[in-house]
Design a protein around this ligand. Structure first.
Ligand code: C2E
Ligand code: CA
Ligand code: CA
Ligand code: CA
Length: 279
């Protein structure tokens, strides 16, 4: 019985080791990719519903490992968070937004806002306000064109700390968006206290809103709630003309989604922006 116990122990321990080893390998590759700048930002256009004009873009990280191929952000962002790499990576994305945004402005392209995803880990560390201020100063990118997206769940971590960080960021002039809204169960009282500019309706409400009356009503209610709280509202994951038409009826301010464009490389986005110039 004792021997069996030992075997069982070794069996589980081997399994754990294999998993842990795989994780360590991936983490090592990610660490190297962050260090050598192998992760790139794609840009997904954000448009004004009423006019169809591009008013901004969300930066979304893409990582192509030479051996593993494309690794989804759904895999490597959590890994970056648990390993602490998210801080270095997060700064890289913020820096890219500021450098790219400034270059496009200097080129005379239409002024747009660039939205960067910020993880709860970056948010709760307390250095984000200072880091953003430094980056804006170094690059000369105007604060009003930088937007930070924080998920609803991230905002629910440490209420006072979160509000303090948000106020610091707001004081530098950047805009704040609440991401994946409708999935995090934040209370209305809390929401009202947050210094937010934009509310992003989660894709899961949009994706079947034309066939599911519940989701249609929920989307409508979220848009109205956002406007009542004096936020602008952006719908994510818009894939069809029907969804867009419905959002227009609901007075939704902005949208993004495959209907207009998937996330694209910087140069492709620049061309989209250049095409609309003068319109
Ligand atoms: P998210 O911030 O909610 O980003 C939106 C996701 O929806 C993106 O997935 C985007 O490609 C996808 N999407 C956009 N339009 C449509 C559509 O019409 N239909 C469908 N089905 N999907 C659409 P992606 O790029 O795979 O990113 C996944 C998540 O990874 C993001 O969700 C975000 O939470 C995280 N992420 C990506 N880049 C960063 C980053 O730089 N920093 C941090 N902290 N997280 C990031
Ligand atoms: Ca986002
Ligand atoms: Ca989202
Ligand atoms: Ca998400």
């Amino acid at each position: 019985a004792k021997a069996e116990g030992r075997n069982t122990y070794y069996y589980y321990s081997d399994q754990l080791t294999a998993q842990a080893r795989q994780r360590l390998v991936l983490e090592g590759r990610l660490r190297n990719a962050v260090k050598t700048g192998q992760l790139h930002c794609y840009y997904q256009p954000q448009l004004e519903v009423a006019t169809g004009r591009i008013i901004g873009a969300e930066l979304l990280l893409r990582w192509r490992d030479p051996e593993l191929g494309f690794v989804s952000p759904e895999i490597f962002i959590p890994l970056a968070e648990s390993s602490g790499l998210i801080h270095a990576l997060g700064i890289q994305v913020l820096q890219q937004a500021c450098v790219q945004g400034k270059a496009w402005l200097d080129e005379g392209l239409p002024a747009i806002s660039l939205a960067v995803n910020v993880s709860a880990h970056q948010f709760s560390r307390g250095e984000l306000g200072q880091q953003v201020r430094t980056l804006l100063a170094e690059t000369g990118f105007p604060a009003k064109f930088l937007e930070l997206e924080v998920t609803e769940s991230a905002l629910m971590q440490d209420e006072d700390k979160v509000i303090e960080t948000m106020q610091q960021l707001r004081a530098t002039g950047v805009r704040l968006a609440i991401d994946d809204f409708g999935t995090g169960y934040s209370s209305l009282a809390y929401l009202q206290r947050l210094p937010l500019d934009i509310l992003k309706v989660d894709r899961r409400f949009i994706c079947n809103m034309t066939t599911n009356p519940d989701n249609q009503q929920i989307t409508k209610a979220i848009i109205e709630l956002g406007h009542t709280l004096r936020f602008e509202v952006l719908a994510e994951g818009v894939e069809t003309a029907e969804q867009l038409a419905m959002l227009q009826q609901m007075s939704c301010n902005y949208y993004q989604g495959y209907y207009f464009s998937k996330p694209v490389p910087a140069e492709t986005f620049r061309q989209l922006l250049a095409q609309q110039q003068g319109v």
